[in-house]
Design a protein around this ligand. Structure first.
Ligand code: SF4
Length: 252
């Protein structure tokens, strides 16, 4: 078995274990109300996706519900017609702040609300309803604050957690996340840490749906492959990992 197939086989077994507990929207990372709000409200979903940077996933994805509670509304039309961007920043900034970067988030969120009102009839589900993965990723990337990484993650979450039927999954790339980058380097899967290199290798491991690898690698990064003192002995990928072979050599 070549290395890519070996990794794929390990992760095929590992994924069902982590898909529930480590899933942002299926697991216990969010409170019940915060979770339900994202699942039932497409506009909340996209604001959660925008907020998902530079903070823990649970903080980002709880922002839409907490913002709604502060504003007593999540009606985009009402919000952009009654608040300025600066007002929104003030609301996000109120202690405890809803995000580490209230200024940037207020700009991204306000612009996203305007864009959804202007281009999607005020309903973010029009971004993805009856669309294929390549179109959805491209549409997500048109939002300020949604990088290719977040566009890929968002499309994966639509399939995995919101159970949307989406074709052309081969166009959903692995998310170029800090955990994933660390693992790819340590395993020797890439020589240089660039988004293109990581994406290319992920396509070789799981060509039909490279983005599906995000969940397993992210969970391994969170539970085993810590920035310091990785817990290699318990890591599901250790038999395919270059770093672990060095660890074993040192022990002998
Ligand atoms: S074996 Fe160790 S270094 Fe390799 S991926 Fe797992 S935790 Fe990281």
């Amino acid at each position: 078995m070549n290395k890519e197939n070996e990794i794929r086989s390990v992760l095929d077994h590992y994924l069902p274990q982590v898909e529930q507990e480590d899933s942002i929207l299926k697991g216990n990372l969010l409170g019940k109300d915060e979770n339900r709000f994202i699942i039932e409200n497409p506009n909340a979903f996209i604001i959660g996706l925008i907020a998902d940077q530079s903070v823990k996933a649970e903080i980002a994805w709880s922002l839409p519900y907490r913002l709604k509670m502060r504003l007593n509304s999540f009606d985009f039309d009402y919000i952009v017609n009654s608040l300025t961007m600066e007002d929104l920043e003030g609301v996000i900034k109120e202690k405890p702040a809803l995000h580490r970067y209230p200024h940037k988030m207020a700009i991204y969120i306000y612009k996203a609300m305007e864009k959804i009102l202007r281009e999607y009839n005020g309903n973010a589900s029009e971004i993805w309803n009856e669309q294929s993965a390549d179109v959805i990723v491209k549409r997500f990337e048109e939002f300020d604050g949604i990088s290719h990484k977040k566009a890929s993650l968002g499309t994966l979450l639509l399939i995995r957690d919101l159970h949307q039927e989406i074709n052309n999954k081969q166009y959903i790339d692995i998310a170029y996340d800090v955990h994933i980058r660390r693992i790819f380097l340590r395993m020797g899967l890439v020589k240089k840490d660039t988004q293109d290199n990581v994406i290319e290798v992920a396509k070789k491991i799981n060509p039909d749906f490279p983005g599906e690898l995000t969940t397993s690698f992210w969970a391994i990064g969170r539970h085993f492959c810590h920035p310091t003192n990785p817990e290699c002995d318990g890591c599901p990928l250790h038999d395919c990992c270059r770093e672990y072979s060095y660890v074993l050599e040192k022990r002998t």
